[in-house]
Design a protein around this ligand. Structure first.
Ligand code: B3K
Ligand code: ZN
Length: 886
């Protein structure tokens, strides 16, 4: 189905069209005269022809530039009259005849921009009186005319001039050079970044900011000043981010041999930000919610996020900044690799099993859905209309799994050799995935060309298994077949190279000897053919298979097993991931049964077996509290809908909701003694510490509370009233709201009264309500959008209420289409201001084909409405919705 015919159809950018730039920029000098309405930017670029350009004939000098007012331009000091330039909405070109071809030349230009009017938050904009930038992917062209592509790398010098009283802090990349006063209450600062970088890593910040300071000494003894800049009043909420930063710096030295390379590293917290954070060289800019934390205001989950995002952005200093991407199609080269690095860091800092499980839940929830729907694309896409639409779960999380598979196939030593080679060989360069993989091939002597397909082919592989055991021959044979279903634009798929970590268990639950690693006897099998048989000899008894341990590859395993086998693995599998997986699978099969019973009408009866198995694991003293908390969380509605789609069935939001409610109540009743015991054991007040063990105890206690709240609202209300930290307070509030307890309203009112001055907690207050399982939720949402605190232009607030609502599976997919219409109305409004946010949130519609025809018609109408020509949808939103509708 094509969207409305009158919608615009912009031209796509193709990977196949990549050509090196005709010109290069060696150095950049920028002067900013900051004014909210009229900031002057003077740029001086030392340039030359690119000797590696493919075309011999002189080329026009074409700069990217958007929404710029050109004041003056010159080449080698000679002014260029406007009549000599071709300027359109996206660029400025100087005819080839005017551009020196045999000698370096100097391009200078003055442009004017209005940061205060920049509500798209891309380029130079203002957030609560402070100037800041966001240039990735193509925001620099909204600051000055430039060759705004990652393979043009230059050394930068920056001078910032601004009002001294409103902007005491003037920051840019690299090292500070000079600062001083200017007439009329203004002052200046100069910065120099010695490392060549692409324009997307440029950053500038100016405002009333206070630095929380610390110091770090690198492995080779170089001192580094560390500063986290925040608004006055927030400086006592930076300690955890700083501590995370220092741990990340040390970890990167130890795990990758990567040392920091400047004398200063800065982080700035900004309230209005399109995403989580940004890795600008030496000057990371963060969404405040991933910097600020105190026990009273931040939950354990926030602490974990801060730790991993601080680490992620810091790790980009090598994987992204020192070695960047040749073009935006290679985005996963820096993002997949850096996510893999931050995941390993978190696992090392906290519990390996619990965080591997959390990463897989996130991958399945977001990436598998993307890979199975109309927006499926390979981690290295072949075309885009708007690159900002490709900061996806596929590029990031599947990209990380791909690097993880390389780690698994080669082992830790060769993996490290390969990354050492990659980082030294391509230091200061803009690289490709081919160059990255070549390093792995070189150090291992292996041919990894088939493996490369993981980056170029979309879709999640499906594996089918069959087992045969021959007691006479003491032989066990496992046949694995792989198949990738077609995805948009890719009808035919090639087989992939898949590492499969497996183990076999005997009837007593002990691992069988199969020549594998460690006590769990885990063996890595390499699947490369469409179908392959793996034979295990000397197997004395019919084994139970533990397949895809630690989730060794991002695949879907299609295998029907009995609940008794799930219960057996849930008790015995020595691989903690697979043990949890058995429990999750058991929960899914239980919910499936309940859904079927509900659809058939009458009172559902299922769930008793699952409750018994879960009760046994809760009583198992060998398991960590954090792990038990994970086992207690039943699959979200989204996972059940996605599973129905995988089986070729129509997802039924009403039945899923009813089944989940029924199971939660059943578990609460059947496991009440165990849940109360867990609550009593871990519920005693203790001074707050964000460490993993304490967080794990709180997680189990609050998971228990979540169930018990459905039986006893006063129980959760008591915790809400007496909580000494935000983890306990927010958990109690969520439990009350999720259980629809009568005490919920009073708790929400108190929470608002207590925290209305704190933007992050106000976001949370909106989010909790958007997630409420209430039949009348859309009316409630309409009222919330009229609430004076609903500052909808702020991305965090918009994401909390509108994005939160779209994550409320039951209500967003309401049969009457009210959820779709509500979301579409707000996405359409946001699109006029901030297309990155509207397009990202609109992805919530991507699963519309899983549902019945009535819902599909409602969703289609809502999407077509957003695309109506008179609404002038942005290129970002157009690309997402037209693909979803196709
Ligand atoms: N590289 C940035 C994301 C930029 C998104 C541009 N729309 C943050 C990160 O991945 O670290
Ligand atoms: Zn990143």
């Amino acid at each position: 189905m094509r969207p409305d015919d009158s919608a615009p159809t912009p031209a796509p950018v193709l990977l196949a069209d990549y050509a090196p730039p005709p010109y290069l920029i060696d150095t950049v000098r920028l002067t900013f005269e900051l004014e909210p309405q009229a900031t002057r930017v003077t740029a001086a670029l030392a340039m030359r022809r690119n000797p590696a350009a493919l075309v011999e004939a002189p080329q026009d000098l074409r700069f990217d530039g958007r929404s710029l007012k050109l004041i003056a331009a010159s080449l080698d000091g000679r002014p260029l009259p406007a009549a000599n330039l071709r300027i359109d909405e996206e660029s400025l070109s100087v005819p080839a005849a005017l551009v020196p071809q045999d000698a370096p030349f100097l391009w200078e230009c003055v442009t004017e921009i209005a940061p205060v009017d920049n509500l798209a938050l891309e380029g130079l904009y203002m957030s609560k009186g402070m100037y800041c930038t966001q240039c990735e992917a193509q925001g620099f062209r909204k600051i000055t005319y430039f060759l705004d592509r990652p393979d043009v790398m230059a050394a930068y010098e920056v001078r910032i001039e601004a009002d001294k009283s409103s902007c005491p802090a003037l920051l840019s990349n690299g090292d500070p050079l000079a600062r001083g006063d200017l007439p009329e209450g203004r002052h200046f600062a100069e910065w120099r970044d010695p490392h060549r970088k692409p324009s997307y890593l440029f950053a500038l910040v100016a405002g009333n900011l206070i630095a929380h300071e610390d110091r770090f000494t690198t492995a080779s003894g170089k001192p580094v000043d560390l500063r986290i800049y925040v608004r006055p009043g927030d400086e006592n909420r930076c300690a955890y981010a700083m501590d995370s930063l220092k741990r990340a710096m040390r970890w990167d030295e130890e795990a990758y041999g990567c040392e920091y390379d400047l004398g200063l590293f800065m982080i700035v917290a900004v309230d209005d930000f399109n995403m989580g954070a940004m890795e600008n060289k030496g000057l990371n800019i963060f969404n405040s919610k991933y910097v600020l934390a105190s026990p009273e205001t931040a939950t354990d989950a926030t602490y974990v996020n801060i730790e991993s995002i601080v680490a992620h952005e810091y790790f980009h200093n090598w994987t992204g900044d020192r070695v960047t991407c040749r073009d935006w199609f290679q985005l996963t080269l820096k993002e997949g690799l850096t996510v893999f690095r931050d995941q390993c860091f978190t696992q090392d800092q906290r519990s390996r099993a619990a965080h591997r499980i959390a990463d897989v839940i996130a991958l399945r929830g977001r990436q598998f859905a993307e890979d199975a729907g109309p927006l499926a694309h390979p981690p290295r896409p072949r075309s885009y209309l708007e690159i900002n639409n490709f900061y996806t779960a596929t590029v990031y999380e599947k990209g990380a799994e791909i690097v993880g598979m390389l780690h698994r196939l080669l082992g830790p030593e060769l993996y490290r050799k390969a990354t050492d080679l990659y980082l030294s060989r391509h230091d200061g360069e803009a690289a490709t995935l081919e160059q990255f993989l070549a390093c792995f091939e070189e150090v291992s002597g292996r041919d990894l060309q088939q493996f490369f397909r993981w980056w170029t082919q979309a879709g999640t592989p499906r594996l089918k298994l069959s087992e045969a055991y021959d007691p006479e021959a003491r032989r066990y044979a496992l046949t694995v077949a792989q198949q990738v279903p077609p995805t948009p634009g890719e009808p035919k798929k090639e087989p992939l190279h898949v590492p499969l970590a497996v183990g076999l268990l005997g009837a007593n639950g002990a691992p069988l000897e199969i020549g594998g690693e460690g006590e769990a006897q885990t063996k890595i099998l390499e699947l490369t053919a469409p179908e392959q048989v793996f034979v295990f000899e000397e197997i004395a008894e019919k084994p139970t298979l533990s397949f895809l341990r630690d989730f060794s590859a991002p695949v879907i395993v299609e295998r029907e097993v009995e609940d008794s086998e799930r219960a057996f693995l849930l008790t015995h599998d020595p691989d903690p991931f697979n043990r949890w997986e058995a429990g999750r699978d058991f929960a899914r099969s239980t919910l499936r049964g309940l859904i079927r019973e509900i659809q058939a009408g009458g009172d559902p009866t299922g769930g008793e077996d699952y409750a018994r198995a879960l009760g046994a694991t809760l009583a198992d003293s060998r398991l960590e509290p954090a792990y038990k908390a994970l086992l207690l969380a039943t699959p979200p509605a989204e996972e059940m809908a996605s599973e129905a789609a995988q089986r070729g069935e129509t997802a039924d939001p009403e039945a899923i909701h009813a089944a989940k409610t029924r199971l939660a109540r059943l578990l609460a009743r059947r496991l009440e003694p165990e849940l109360r015991a867990a609550y009593a054991e871990f519920g005693a007040p203790e001074p707050y510490s964000p460490d993993a063990a304490s967080a794990g105890r709180r997680a189990l206690k609050n998971a228990a509370l979540g169930y018990l709240a459905a039986l006893d609202g006063d129980f959760a209300a008591r915790q809400f009233d007496s909580a000494a930290n935000m983890t306990d307070e927010a958990a109690a509030l969520s439990a009350l709201v999720a259980a629809g307890a009568p005490q919920a309203e009073a708790a929400l009112a108190r929470f608002h009264e207590r925290w209305r001055k704190d933007p992050q907690l106000l976001d949370d207050w909106f989010l909790r309500q958007a997630l409420a399982p209430r039949a009348d939720l859309v009316e409630r949402m309409e009222a919330l959008t009229r609430h004076p605190d609903f500052e909808w232009r702020t991305p965090n607030r918009f994401r909390a209420l509108i994005g939160g609502f779209m994550a409320n599976h039951w209500r967003f997919h309401a049969a009457d289409g009210s959820g779709y219409r509500f979301a579409a109305h707000w996405i359409g409004r946001m699109d006029l201001l901030n297309p990155q946010i509207s397009a990202r949130i609109a992805k919530g519609f991507e699963t519309w084909q899983r549902y019945d025809e009535t819902r599909q018609a409602q969703a289609r109408a809502a999407m077509n409405d957003m695309l109506r020509a008179e609404r002038k949808p942005s290129k970002n939103l157009y690309e997402i919705l037209s693909k979803i509708l196709e």
